[in-house]
Design a binder for this molecule. Structure first.
Ligand SMILES: Cc1cc2nc3c(=O)[nH]c(=O)nc-3n(C[C@H](O)[C@H](O)[C@H](O)COP(=O)(O)OP(=O)(O)OC[C@H]3O[C@@H](n4cnc5c(N)ncnc54)[C@H](O)[C@@H]3O)c2cc1C
Length: 372
């Protein structure tokens, strides 16, 4: 059992200077400062450059979070981790993160689709402001080091793994922490028998997507890859292209027009051309079953494509953690960010997982030291 001693300097390690690691560090530093506590030193390890992974987010604009204000509705955008997030969000939600960013000079705005971005539209600006804030504190250093296993962290009193989902299995294993293997969860899809018009964008009832050279990409494709992450290939997907009643109305108004002509009023012409048999047949001559079949695009997914790969599913099993993301297996060990078995759709959800889990971890780590 750890003995509290007034002169003891608590050594804290964060592995990973990505969004979750840096947010966790800033909150630890802030909380100690608010309590006038200086008997600690925080080392943040990264094998690469701090916040390198933030730079590519939101196409360089950094989709920081989402404007959905209801916690449950927000959490429904995570195919894995939804229930665990209720508890994290109840302690630190998007409003709290936005307040925190504002305090660092990062103002934000809401895009029409609910995604929230920095006013600067620059992930680099967010990175610079976070790192400037970090280096205002004294008891912290960033060290460029690849942490191979738990032995590299033996001298630390508190350990936070915030090292994401890429190449981190061995480190997690060295702590005997249960985890699910990582898998690509937001990526483009390769389609069997690809006969569709390349480069054409479609706004379907289920979401927007674009045909690539050999499949589909865009928000809907990413979402489908996430929902179906555990299905073996090949698997089938159905996309509702348009409301069949809209086609019936068009037919009523234009009974003599060709079916291809009318379908192409509801979807891009080149797609209508690819999927409508007898494009030039009069619509009144086409069976109801055929008409309905044109409103749904059934595709067979043969594999993920390398496009996208924005987040991985899998990670540290949530039932091996307490509600503060602290390990139930090893002492003084916490996890935050993408290393957790939590992943969301596109829209700022994955970064919000980073902010919320990092905050909760920071709080608990500070509490574990100050309340000794
Ligand atoms: C192209 C792209 C765009 C994205 N856009 C968005 C977006 O707009 N909005 C959104 O919400 N999400 C977005 N995401 C997802 C989001 O970026 C991630 O969920 C988030 O970066 C995870 O943060 P993290 O700190 O947990 O892990 P990471 O960002 O992966 O950071 C982990 C850090 O740990 C370091 N590290 C790893 N292992 C070790 C080790 N053994 N020793 C030392 N250091 C180590 C790595 O070098 C890295 O710096 C995007 C992802 C990608 C790939």
């Amino acid at each position: 059992m750890e003995q509290f001693c007034q002169d003891k300097i608590f050594k804290i390690a964060i592995v990973g200077a990505g969004p979750s690691g840096i947010y966790c560090a800033l909150n630890i530093l802030k909380k100690f400062q608010e309590r006038n506590f200086n008997n600690y030193f925080l080392t943040i390890f990264d094998k690469s450059q701090a916040l390198r992974t933030l730079l590519v987010t939101g196409g360089g604009r950094c989709n920081i979070t989402n404007s959905i204000s209801d916690i449950k509705e927000f959490a429904s955008n995570y195919p894995r981790g939804e229930k665990f997030l209720y508890s994290l969000f109840s302690r630190h939600f998007s409003f709290d993160s936005l307040d925190f960013f504002k305090s660092l000079g990062i103002d934000t705005y809401i895009q029409d689709d609910g995604r929230i971005f920095p006013k600067s539209n620059s992930a680099k600006d967010v990175k610079d402001k976070l790192l400037t804030a970090l280096f205002r504190y004294k008891n912290v250093k960033l060290e460029n080091k690849d942490i191979k296993d738990k032995k590299d962290l033996e001298k630390f009193d508190r350990i936070i793994l915030a090292c994401g989902s890429r190449g981190t299995q061995n480190l997690i294993k060295s702590f005997n922490q249960p985890f699910k293997p990582f898998k690509k969860a937001l990526c483009a899809l390769k389609i069997d028998n690809f006969i569709y018009p390349k480069g054409v964008s479609v706004n379907s009832l289920d979401g927007a997507f674009v045909f690539t050279n050999d499949g589909i990409s865009g928000p809907l494709a990413f979402k489908l890859s996430s929902i179906n992450v555990d299905k073996p290939f090949p698997y089938s997907i159905s996309i509702r292209l348009f409301n069949i009643d809209d086609l019936y109305s068009l037919i009523k108004e234009n009974p003599k027009k060709s079916i291809g002509n009318l379908v192409s009023k509801l979807i891009p012409k080149s797609l209508a051309f690819a999927i409508v048999d007898d494009y030039n047949k009069k619509c009144c001559e086409v069976s109801k079953e055929k008409l309905i079949s044109y409103s749904v695009l059934n595709l067979d997914v043969i594999s993920n494509s390398n496009l996208g790969e924005i987040v991985n599913s899998g990670g540290v099993e949530l039932n091996s953690l307490d509600k503060n993301c602290k390990s139930k297996v090893s002492d003084n060990l916490w996890f935050c960010g993408e290393i957790l078995d939590i992943d969301g759709f596109c829209g700022g959800f994955n970064l919000q997982n980073c902010w919320s889990s990092a905050y909760v971890v920071a709080n608990d780590v500070v509490y574990s030291i100050i309340n000794k």
